[in-house]
Ligand binder design. Structure first.
Ligand code: NAP
Length: 233
């Protein structure tokens, strides 16, 4: 299996990114995950039994040098890159009219600039494999919510996905936007509690990502919106 497909997942040490990493490793793929917290990545690798096919790379998804290093490290170690998953992101869980602007710069850079940097750094390698760009957006990038600045960053991701698709499709590269509704992950830690109502699991979202990746050659699944039953908006 030395030439099995390779995925690079930003923010892959927890939540949805970690669930996608697990699914792909189980399917025999080789996986690189990034994150800012070295310990989080170490713990994740330990939890999986430190598999040879898992590479952890400490770095900030909003810094181009870090993103380029992550792509280069994955290519050096595995020799190819088939999938990138721009998953790193977070919410300040406040509102544009009453929130604290101190947290917004990092949120915008991570959620909006980050995916663009990853696409830029990885596109040459993806052209070679006719690979796939997966962007983790949100239902909040489709449905307006009062005061939700985080939601505005995800509207940007929705736009980035389609604008990117229109450029890269002629190079044989696919683009999938996965837009989850509420999912039970550490995303909600900074909110103080889980939101009310039913939530999806990270594994359920990972299944959607893997489904999009497993389409036959030539099939480009572009937008997948997945809510838990019971989430009205
Ligand atoms: N959970 C939900 O209900 C939900 C719904 C819709 C969309 N989403 C989206 O799903 C994606 C994954 O979130 P999650 O729910 O799985 O939450 P999570 O467990 O908090 O995952 C986010 C991951 O991203 C990493 N990260 C954050 N900022 C980063 C940066 N600047 N550079 C590199 N890594 C960074 C975090 O690790 P470090 O802090 O160690 O860097 C963490 O591992 C996010 O884009 C989120 O907006 C989540």
């Amino acid at each position: 299996m030395t030439d099995s497909p390779v995925a690079l997942i930003t923010g892959g040490g927890s939540g949805i990114g970690a669930a996608v990493a697990r699914r792909l490793l189980d399917a025999g793929q080789r996986v690189a995950v990034t994150g800012r917290g070295e310990e989080r990545l170490r713990d994740f690798a330990k939890e999986l039994g430190e598999p040879e096919d898992l590479l952890t790379i400490t770095g900030n998804a909003a810094e181009y040098d870090d993103v380029r290093t992550a792509v280069d490290t994955a290519l050096t170690r595995f020799g190819r890159l088939d999938t990138i998953v721009a998953n790193a992101g977070f919410a300040t869980h406040d509102s544009v009219a009453e929130g604290d602007p101190a947290g917004w710069t990092e949120m915008v850079l991570t959620n909006v600039l980050g995916p663009a940097l990853l696409i830029r750094a990885a596109i040459d390698a993806l052209k070679e494999t006719r690979g796939r760009i997966v962007l983790v957006g949100s239902v909040a990038g489709f449905v307006p919510t009062p005061g939700n600045f985080y939601g505005a960053t995800k509207w940007a991701v929705t736009g980035l996905a389609e604008n990117t698709r229109r450029q890269v499709t002629e190079w044989g590269v696919g683009v999938t936007l996965i837009a989850p509704g509420r999912v039970e992950t550490p995303f909600w830690d900074s909110y103080g509690s889980l939101p009310p109502g039913d939530l999806l699991t990270a594994d359920q979202i990972a299944d959607s990502v893997v489904w999009a990746l497993r389409q036959p050659a030539g099939v480009d699944v572009n937008t997948v919106v997945v809510r838990p039953v019971g989430q009205p908006n």
